[in-house]
Design a protein around this ligand. Structure first.
Ligand code: ZN
Length: 167
């Protein structure tokens, strides 16, 4: 086992355990046949790739599946995301995405003010600037997919390019 797989970055033990659990046993890995929208993204700074398929029915995220390859942070972030969002309304899903992205990028974000469950494990990544984009990737892809599903257009983030592949 590579050194990175044992300890992706020097995360607190609890956070590291959650991230490694999702990395080793990813949830919802594999794209959905019944997807209503699919998107993909790339993190050039680390080489991470995420493909995401989302099945939306009556304003609810009915199912998610992901594929791709990359470091433990990028893949576990995608796994945690799919688990956290299943069954949520589109409004809730987009709010959760906004919160996670703030948690990763905004020092003043108050973790106690929200309930992100296991996703809080990603907060440890914020301390490692070179890994933040790894954690953000899946959420940028999600934003692209959900915006498309709502008939909106999201400007491509040149640091983390994403695009809709079907939908
Ligand atoms: Zn990465």
């Amino acid at each position: 086992m590579s050194r990175e797989a044992q300890n992706p970055v020097d995360l607190d033990d609890l956070y590291r355990d959650v991230i490694l659990d999702h990395y080793r046993s990813p949830r919802n890995r594999g794209l959905l046949d019944e997807a209503t929208v699919s998107a993909e993204g790339f993190n050039p700074s680390c080489g991470d790739e995420i493909q995401l398929s989302v099945a939306i029915l009556d304003g609810t995220v009915n199912g998610l599946g992901f594929g791709g390859a990359g470091c433990s942070i990028s893949q576990s972030s995608a796994s945690m995301m799919t688990e956290a969002l299943e069954g949520r309304s589109l409004v809730d899903a987009r709010q959760m995405s906004a919160h996670v992205q703030q948690m990763l990028t905004d020092d003043s974000f108050d973790l106690d003010a929200v309930n992100l469950g296991d996703l809080e494990a990603l907060s440890g990544v914020a301390k490692f600037p070179v890994r933040i984009k790894c954690g953000l990737l899946a959420w940028k892809v999600l934003d692209q997919a959900l915006a498309n599903a709502s008939g909106e257009h999201v400007e491509d983030d040149s640091d983390i390019p994403t695009r809709v592949t079907s939908g």
